[in-house]
Each structure stands twice: as structure tokens, then as C-alpha cells.
Ligand binder design. Structure first.
Ligand SMILES: [Fe+2]
Ligand SMILES: [Fe+2]
Length: 397
């Protein structure tokens, strides 16, 4: 027997957990795993909404056949084509050869290019509906959240929004599937880390999608990752709204790259002064030992960013440069930043950061502090000044 959960009468959760994969998209560490959520509707007609990654196929097909109990599968609705959801398409078609695949023009272009087959395609456009008997599903095109074919499916009867990756997050569903069955604080960081790193670049498109959905009465949010929001769906909708508007909280992230600890010492000193100045949320993060996705997650949350680097090959220390490159790809505006660092015989690290980050249109706070090898007393004074300026900047507005 496979574990399935009823969302409402006739709508089932048939997703799977992945605690095996180390890196999501082969980049992002999955320290708490991830779930690939899929949903099965059983009415006069039956419909499966999104599938799962290929590594969980046997369990997944068994869940579906268990619920269908001999009924045919009429529709497979593809809200999103990324392989963590489309991986099972060919297995589903193999198991249910008469299934109609529902998607938009782009979906079918991607299926053909990715899996090299043409199926029994049923194309939908924005606002189109499919009747399943007692239920009608309505489709909303939400392009670039976070791929061009992304769309959402709304069940008019029970007001369920099947939202694709939108409103999703990292973290496997360990027993609890619904928001009221789990401690949401356990998931919060992983949801924002997912948002900031996977979807964050497309903030304006998330805003566009939210506007399109704003007239809908949404009672349950069924995303393709993370908990099903049946008790407080607006919790996740408003979080996505805030993050896609690049809103921030009071706090400072100090990320540093250090070879022998001198730049780290400067980071710790700045952090201490920030605390003395009343800043409570301070994150000091080592770019050599912390994956950039965790640092980007904190930077998405807080207004202040202070970046410190030692100089390496007359330039930024590579792990710090990697963070900066990734950050600039996300296009996060609206932050204030400070810079510090060390050099041995010629500078380059601090200058490199200032040049790079100004492209993000962030506001430079205070004077960059660059010292030779190891900070002296007067250097700590300059760091104190930088910390005080940053404390003021994050407390304004
Ligand atoms: Fe995706
Ligand atoms: Fe996904």
C-alpha cells in the first residue's frame, strides 16, 4: 500500500519525497530534502496534475493506480516542464496510453524537444476550462514563474490553486503534508532559499502572476514543492508577494572570504559593533564553507550587506566572487552595502567588490576599508565607523 493523502473528497496528494539527491538542479544543496508534489483528481473524468522526478517512478505509479482503482486516467495536466515535474510524463503515457496531455503551446514545444515524442495533446490558452464532471478546471498562464511555459490550474469547485513551482519550497514532507500538520517555522528558511535562488530572478513576473490571480478566491494552495496550504494559504501568497517586491527586514549579512583568518577577524569586529549599535539580526557567513544559496537567502531577507575579501591574484577571493556573480544574476535591487578586506602586496579585492556590486545599483554605505595583511588599531577604528554607518542605514525606513 502506498501513502496518499486526501486534500478534499476526490482530490488526492500523490507526491513523493526525495532525500537522495544532494543538489537540486545539480547546484543547490538539499539539506532537508525536497518533495515533488503531484495531485490526482477523481471525478467522472480523472486528471493528474504535474508529475515527479524520474527517480521515484515506481512508488509514484503505484500511488496513482491505487487511487484510480481500475478507472482510466483521462488527463495529465502539465503546469511546468522542468524535469523534476515532467520526468514521469513518458511513464504515465506508457501506463495510460489514452491519456490526454494538457498544456499550452510552449509546453508541447518543450515536450517534443525534451522527450522527443508527440502525444495526445490538448492545448489550452489563458482562461480556458476543462470540465471533469462535478469539477471544472480553469487555466491561468503565468509565464516565467520561472520558465516560459509555466501555468496554473484552478479548481473552481473547491477553490484549489495548483500553482506549479510558485509558492513552493525545499524540505521533504516528513509525515505532515498540510500547513496545519507541520511546524511552518521548520520550513521557512528553506522556502525562502528556494524562492530566492530558483524563482527570485523573476520577481516582476511573479508580481504579474499575483495580479492575475488577485481576483480569485483561493482556499487551498497546492504547489509542486513543500506543504499544501489549506489552513492559511495567504501566508505563502503574501510571503511570495513580499519577496518578489524585494522587501527587506532590519538586519545585516556579513559575508567574507578569508585565507588565514585576518578578513574573518574584521568581519567579527564589524558584527560586534553592529550588535552594540542595536542591530539584532546579524549573519556572519564564510563563503568558503557556506554554499552561496544560504547566503543569498539571508541577503534576500535583510537590508544590509557587508562583503569582505582577501585579495587573491590581484582580485576578489574566488569563493566570494562566486557569491557576487550568483547574486548579480538574481538582479536583487534595493540593498545597502559596505566593503572591507585585506591585501598582501597589491590590492584588488576590495576594489573588485565595489566595482561589481555597484552594477547591482545597491547603495554604498561608509568608506570601504582595505588593510595590508592584518588590521591594526587604526584599521579597527575605520571598521567601527563602517559598522556604525551600516547600523544607521539599516535602521532608516
Ligand atoms: Fe521549476
Ligand atoms: Fe520544481
Amino acid at each position: 500500500m502506498e501513502i496518499v493523502a486526501k486534500i478534499v473528497d476526490g482530490v488526492y496528494y500523490v507526491g513523493v519525497n526525495d532525500r537522495d539527491t544532494h543538489l537540486f538542479e545539480n547546484i543547490w544543496p538539499l539539506t532537508k530534502g525536497v518533495s515533488y508534489n503531484s495531485y490526482l483528481i477523481v471525478d467522472e473524468k480523472t486528471a493528474l496534475i504535474d508529475t515527479v522526478k524520474v527517480n521515484k517512478m515506481k512508488e509514484y505509479i503505484e500511488k496513482i493506480t491505487q487511487i484510480l482503482d481500475g478507472k482510466p486516467l483521462d488527463y495529465l495536466i502539465i503546469n511546468h516542464m522542468e524535469p523534476d515535474h515532467s520526468g514521469a510524463i513518458s511513464s504515465i503515457v506508457h501506463a495510460f496510453p489514452n491519456v490526454k496531455i494538457v498544456g499550452n503551446k510552449k509546453t508541447f514545444e518543450f515536450i517534443k524537444a525534451m522527450y522527443h515524442f508527440e502525444g495526445n495533446f490538448h492545448e489550452v490558452k489563458d482562461g480556458d476550462e476543462i470540465n471533469l464532471g462535478s469539477r471544472t478546471l480553469k487555466f491561468y498562464m503565468t509565464p516565467m514563474v520561472h520558465w516560459p511555459e509555466t501555468m496554473m490550474t484552478y479548481d473552481i469547485k473547491d477553490k484549489i490553486l495548483f500553482s506549479g513551482d510558485a509558492f513552493g519550497g525545499f524540505g521533504s514532507l516528513d509525515g505532515g503534508i498540510f500547513d496545519d500538520e507541520v511546524d511552518i517555522s521548520y520550513f521557512e528558511n528553506e522556502i525562502r532559499r528556494y524562492y530566492s535562488n530558483i524563482v527570485g530572478k523573476f520577481g516582476p513576473m511573479v508580481q504579474k502572476a499575483l495580479q492575475k490571480l488577485s481576483g480569485l478566491d483561493i482556499k487551498i494552495v497546492c504547489s509542486t514543492h513543500g506543504p499544501v496550504w489549506r489552513t492559511n494559504p495567504m501566508h505563502i501568497v503574501s510571503a511570495y508577494d513580499r519577496w518578489s517586491k524585494y522587501e527587506y527586514e532590519e538586519g545585516v549579512v556579513i559575508a567574507y572570504g578569508t585565507m588565514y583568518g585576518n578578513t574573518e577577524k574584521m568581519a567579527d569586529y564589524i558584527a560586534r559593533v553592529l550588535a552594540e549599535e542595536g542591530v539584532k539580526n546579524i549573519r556572519v557567513m564564510n563563503t568558503s564553507t557556506t554554499h552561496e544559496s544560504f547566503i543569498i537567502n539571508e541577503i534576500w531577507r535583510f537590508k544590509g550587506v557587508i562583503l569582505g575579501t582577501c585579495t587573491y591574484n590581484n582580485w576578489i577571493f574566488p569563493p566570494m566572487e562566486n557569491l557576487i556573480i550568483n547574486l548579480s544574476h538574481k538582479g536583487l535591487p534595493n540593498r545597502v552595502f559596505g566593503v572591507f578586506g585585506t591585501y598582501g602586496w597589491s590590492g584588488g579585492g576590495v576594489k573588485g567588490i565595489v566595482e561589481y556590486i555597484q552594477k547591482n545599483k545597491w547603495q554604498l554605505v561608509g568608506e570601504p576599508v582595505e588593510v595590508q595583511f592584518s588590521p591594526k588599531e587604526e584599521d579597527f577604528e575605520r571598521l567601527r565607523k563602517l559598522a556604525i554607518d551600516m547600523a544607521k542605514a539599516v535602521k532608516e525606513g
